[in-house]
Ligand binder design. Structure first.
Ligand code: PGA
Length: 251
């Protein structure tokens, strides 16, 4: 059976001290609780090692928000998958639309990043999703198919099984516009059918597909009630512990 997951994506927010305070607060709020989903926080690189210590002994797991597309060497300013892994992080968000849009990450670059993350024992949270214009032109299925084929459908079934997918319509990210639960279900089911066609029904049934894009405590329950929506990737609402806890409680 696939896992339900609620994962935070802090993006470029919080100083180290603020991030430690947020992780500490979340750990406190979740103390003694048994959430019905896996809980992950995705933090900037500089927080990882310290936050890994803070959340020790709690249910919270740790993710990076990116990693380099090169193994090591003269790539000033980059952070490798091996470095991420060495902090204690277990996951790595890859292919977020902000990385694709603002940092020009192509299918090929993302393919390399996914391979390096897996080779270093990190589980990618691989993001896909269409732009507003693409949705308006009815091209959302075409877009997510190309994103999967371009960066992750090269993997063996064994490696693909380690991946979590996040469907995030770009028009819903940080805009307050959420896909309706029916819109989310429709495309999540389509994504699962693509996985089934490529890797078989069992792998498809075991793949966790998260929804992301203005997901908050008030709409999470409705979204997560859909059979193919296995949780959320949460931006804005992951920056305050009570808000994030409200989404975890939707399960
Ligand atoms: P949001 O971001 O929840 O702030 O819309 C989601 C994301 O980009 O992962």
């Amino acid at each position: 059976m696939r896992k339900n997951i609620v994962a935070g994506n802090w993006k470029m927010n919080k100083t180290l001290q603020e991030g430690v305070a947020l992780a500490t607060e979340l750990k406190e709020i979740l103390k003694g609780q048994k959430p019905n989903c896996e809980v992950i926080i995705g933090t900037p690189f500089i927080h990882l090692a310290t936050v890994a210590e803070v959340i020790k002994g709690s249910v919270i797991k740790l993710s990076a928000e990116n990693c380099a597309d090169k193994e090591s060497g003269a790539y000033t300013g980059e952070v490798s998958a091996a470095m991420v892994k060495s902090t204690g992080a277990e996951y790595c968000i890859l292919g977020h639309s902000e990385r694709r849009q603002y940092y020009h990450e192509t299918y090929e670059i993302l393919k390399e990043k996914v391979l390096l993350a897996l080779a270093n024992g990190l589980k990618p949270i691989f993001c896909i999703g269409e732009l507003k214009e693409e949705r308006e032109a009815g091209k959302q299925n075409e877009v997510v198919k190309a994103q999967l084929e371009g960066s992750v459908f090269n993997l063996s079934a064994e490696d693909f099984s380690k991946i979590v997918l996040a469907y995030e319509p770009v028009w819903a990210i940080g805009t307050g516009l959420t896909a309706t639960s029916d819109q989310a279900e429709e495309i999540h089911a389509y994504i699962r059918s693509l996985i089934a066609a490529k890797y078989g029904k069992e792998v498809a049934e075991n793949t966790t597909i998260l929804y992301g894009g203005s997901c908050k405590a008030s709409n999470a329950k409705e979204l997560f009630s859909k059979p193919d929506v296995d949780g959320g990737l949460i931006g804005g609402a992951s920056l305050k512990a009570p808000d994030f806890k409200g989404i975890i409680d939707a399960f």
